[in-house]
Design a protein around this ligand. Structure first.
Ligand SMILES: [Zn+2]
Ligand SMILES: [Zn+2]
Ligand SMILES: [Zn+2]
Length: 322
C-alpha cells in the first residue's frame, strides 16, 4: 500500500486500488470513471528473481516481499469492462487484482474483456499460455498486438494453438495509429526501438475522456536516430502520467558492465532529459519495469532524492482517472 508520505507528492487524479475492499473501490461515487491501474512494476523476471542470490533477492525472500512484472489494467466502472495491458508470468495475481476493482462483475463474464501486449519478451507475453485449455480456456479473448507480434505468435507453439483453438482472437493494430479499445477508451501504439529481431515493440498511450497515460516499459535508448531529439519530451508532454522504462538506475547495479552497451536508458539519463517536466509537474513521470537489482527498490534515501526532484516510482495498485 502507498505510504502516507507519498500521497502528498502525487499530482493529478491518482489513488490506490484498495484490494478486496468493495466499499472504497476505484471510482466509487465517481460514476462512469475510467481508470488505469498499475498491476506490477518490476522487470520481466519480477523480484525475487529466479536464481538471484544477491542481497536484493535474498532479503526479498526473507521478508516475503514480491514485486510483479510490469503491467497495467484499464477499468471502466460504468460499463463494467476490464482490459489487461501485458500478459506477464504473474497473470493470475494481476487479473485477480484487476477484477477486485469490479467486485460486482458477473462470474460468467470473461476474465477480462481484452489483452494488449507491447512485445513478445517473456515478462510481457508469457502469461498468454494460461489462457489455453490447460488453465483458463478463454473463448475468443481479444488480443491486441502488432502484425509482427501476431505473426510471431501464429508461427510458434504454444501460442499458435491459442489462435487455432480460438482461445484468443488476434486484433492487429497499426503502429502509430490510434484505435478504440472500448467505448471512450483509445489506445495509440507507439513503436520504440527494442531488440526487434523477431517482432517490434510498442509503447501504449491510453486515453479516456479526461486524461492520457503513457506505458513505455522497454526501450533500448532515447537517442536512436529514427526517434528524433524531441521524442521523449514530446511523448511526456502529451500525457498526464508517463510510466517509463526504469530498468536500471545508473549502472552501479550492473557490477562493472559497460553502461553504454546495456540496452536500456539508465534512470539518471532519463531524469536529466526530463528535469524541467518533473519540476513543473511533480509525480507525472513515474518509473516502471524496475530490475530486481535497481537500487531505488532498496535504498530509501535514493528514492527520497528522486522524489525531491519531482520523479517517482510506479506503485502496484495506484490508479489514474482517465
Ligand atoms: Zn521487459
Ligand atoms: Zn536480485
Ligand atoms: Zn523486452
Amino acid at each position: 500500500m502507498l505510504p502516507d508520505a507519498l500521497s502528498s507528492i502525487h499530482a493529478g487524479p491518482r489513488h490506490q486500488l484498495p484490494i478486496g475492499d468493495g466499499d472504497r473501490r476505484p471510482g466509487g461515487g465517481g460514476g462512469g470513471a475510467i481508470e488505469v491501474v498499475v498491476l506490477g512494476r518490476a522487470q520481466d523476471g519480477g523480484m525475487p528473481q529466479l536464481g538471484c542470490r544477491k542481497p536484493c533477492c535474498v532479503q526479498a525472500r526473507s521478508e516475503g516481499r514480491r514485486e510483479l512484472p510490469s503491467a497495467l489494467g484499464v477499468v471502466d466502472h460504468q460499463r463494467g469492462s476490464l482490459h489487461l495491458v501485458e500478459a506477464t508470468p504473474a497473470i493470475e495475481e494481476q487479473v485477480a487484482l484487476l477484477q477486485s476493482a469490479l467486485p460486482d462483475r458477473s462470474v460468467s463474464a470473461p476474465l477480462v474483456d481484452g489483452v494488449l501486449v507491447t512485445h513478445a519478451h517473456m515478462g510481457h507475453y508469457l502469461g498468454l499460455a494460461q489462457l489455453g485449455r490447460e488453465v483458463a480456456a478463454t473463448d475468443r479473448m481479444p488480443l491486441h498486438v502488432s502484425a509482427r507480434v501476431a505473426k510471431f505468435l501464429k508461427s510458434n507453439q504454444p501460442w499458435a494453438q491459442l489462435v487455432e483453438l480460438n482461445q484468443v482472437e488476434l486484433r492487429v493494430f497499426e503502429p502509430g495509429v490510434r484505435f478504440e479499445l472500448a467505448p471512450d477508451i483509445f489506445v495509440q501504439p507507439i513503436p520504440v526501438p527494442h531488440r526487434d529481431e523477431f517482432f517490434d515493440t510498442m509503447a501504449f498511450k491510453v486515453c479516456g475522456p479526461r486524461a492520457c497515460v503513457l506505458f513505455l516499459p522497454d526501450i533500448d535508448r532515447w537517442d536512436a536516430s529514427d526517434l528524433g531529439p524531441d521524442f521523449l519530451p514530446g511523448l511526456v508532454s502529451e500525457v498526464d502520467v508517463a510510466y517509463l522504462d526504469g530498468t536500471f538506475y545508473d549502472g552501479r547495479e550492473l557490477s562493472g558492465r559497460d553502461l553504454g552497451v546495456i540496452p536500456h536508458p539508465p534512470m539518471i539519463d532519463t531524469m536529466q532529459r526530463l528535469e524541467s517536466v518533473a519540476r513543473e509537474r511533480p509525480g507525472a513521470v513515474r518509473f516502471i519495469h524496475l530490475n530486481h537489482t535497481n537500487p531505488v527498490l532498496h535504498d530509501s534515501t535514493l528514492l527520497d532524492e528522486l522524489r525531491s526532484r519531482g520523479f517517482d516510482l510506479a506503485e502496484q495498485g495506484e490508479c489514474t482517472l482517465v
